[in-house]
Design a binder for this molecule. Structure first.
Ligand SMILES: Cc1cc2nc3c(=O)[nH]c(=O)nc-3n(C[C@H](O)[C@H](O)[C@H](O)COP(=O)(O)OP(=O)(O)OC[C@H]3O[C@@H](n4cnc5c(N)ncnc54)[C@H](O)[C@@H]3O)c2cc1C
Length: 378
């Protein structure tokens, strides 16, 4: 009888919960650890909604990974019976001649994505809740969806447990170290576990656990702000999620309860987080002012006073591409970090890839461009 591989997953958040699910489904003995509990809101995954979209503003390498993620989201919903993703569509709006919009338009057409290009008049008729300035275009991505992050993490972790995974909640891993006898030692305050391989998915805490990453991950503080519409038909037209590219960088999602619209800002507005255990959750008046200005200009039918404000954190890399793969020189330690504000949609694909890497040492999925040491140096 083949002895199952023993695999540790450190951080049962967005990526880790999916890695646990896929590893357990493939027969591994899975031990998960989280400093809190799956579904908590202290890291990168809180705030009730995340955008899924296939229309990508940059790197074309994401398209096959998004397609894999799309299939895996359906599979997780089927296996768990939970409604985790609503096909709302996603509107991406920006200056027609900007490099980001040009890439989006050409890659959407070139990759056969199910989309529609809308000019100002089309948008005003179909989605009057959004104002589109002169010289801007909107792309409606029909694969776009709203995902429920906390529910998804709980569903994936719960499914992994059903399949035999053990999850140590409220257990902080202090060290992940290659063991002299092969495999990896996982050190917690309760003791040391020895495993064949470790998948490190510590999100915004990655630098605390692995301080010598080959590419740096910069932890930033993100504010989400929820606003009630002042017109009753704000949610008309299927209430798509939306992304506004340059020069108005922001994004938003209708709340799953249908009451409000959540708005988030662009990376340029995010402050650094020197210590993830001491995230500053106080929103300053000047930060609120940014939301007010955006609302006045782009979505004037939203009430500028928020009904909820929440602060989260996320790891960003210089390129915007996460680190996904074996740590250089370590055959048994896999890292997935630095998802740069757009990882949630990919998380079940990352779970599948984590299982490939931990169990087979390699994957057929195209992730070379995400190599932890950078492209061409892995
Ligand atoms: C406000 C906001 C909005 C976003 N919007 C979108 C969006 O619309 N679409 C999209 O695709 N992406 C979006 N993202 C990005 C996406 O949410 C992240 O890329 C993703 O959640 C990162 O997942 P992660 O697993 O790396 O981190 P997390 O989900 O934070 O998971 C890390 C886990 O590790 C645990 N942990 C850390 N250290 C240890 C340790 N030493 N021992 C044990 N456990 C540990 C933590 O408790 C946590 O559960 C957004 C991010 C933010 C913050």
């Amino acid at each position: 009888m083949r002895i199952p591989k023993r695999v540790a997953v450190i951080g049962a958040g967005s990526m880790g919960s999916q890695a646990m699910w896929r590893l357990a489904a493939r027969g591994a003995e899975v031990i998960g650890y989280d400093r809190y509990a799956p579904g908590h809101d202290r890291g990168a995954a809180g705030g009730e909604s995340r955008i899924f979209r296939a229309a990508h503003l940059g790197e074309p390498g994401y398209i096959p990974l998004l397609r894999l993620a799309d299939r895996m989201w359906d599979r997780l919903q089927r296996e768990t019976g939970h409604a985790l993703r609503r096909r709302s569509g996603c509107l991406v709006m920006g200056e027609t001649d900007s490099p980001a919009m040009r890439t989006l338009l050409s890659s959407s057409a070139g990759n056969g994505l199910d989309h529609e290009v809308l000019d100002r008049e089309d948008l005003a008729r179909r989605y009057p809740q959004h104002r589109l300035p002169e010289g801007h275009t909107a792309v409606f991505d029909r694969m776009g969806a709203v995902i429920r992050p906390e529910a998804s993490i709980q569903a994936a972790a719960g499914r992994a447990e059903q399949l035999g995974a053990r999850v140590h909640r409220y257990t902080t891993v202090r060290e992940v170290a290659p063991a002299a006898r092969g495999g990896v030692d996982i050190v917690t305050d309760q003791g040391t576990d020895h495993v064949d391989a470790a998948v490190v998915t510590a999100g915004p805490w990655i630098n605390t656990l692995l301080p010598d990453l080959p590419r740096s991950v910069d932890i930033r503080r993100l504010i989400s702000s929820w606003h009630i519409p002042t017109r009753h038909d704000w949610f008309a037209g299927g209430a798509p999620a939306f992304v506004r590219a340059t020069p108005h960088d922001c994004y938003g999602l209708p709340s799953p309860d249908g009451l409000s619209v959540k708005i988030g800002l662009s990376l340029a507005r995010y402050l650094p987080v020197p210590d993830p255990e001491r995230l500053d959750r106080t929103v300053r008046p000047e930060e609120l002012g940014i939301f007010r200005e955006l609302i006045a200009e782009l979505m004037p039918d939203l009430n500028p006073d928020p009904i909820r404000l929440s602060v989260y954190m996320e790891g960003y890399t210089d390129s915007g591409n996460p680190l996904v793969g074996h740590l250089p020189g370590e055959d048994d330690i896999i890292v997935m970090a630095g998802f740069s504000g757009s990882g949630f949609k990919l998380s079940p694909a990352m779970g599948e890839i984590a299982a490939d890497l931990a169990l087979d040492g390699t994957t057929d999925h195209p992730i070379d461009f995400l190599a932890p040491a950078g492209v061409g140096t892995a």
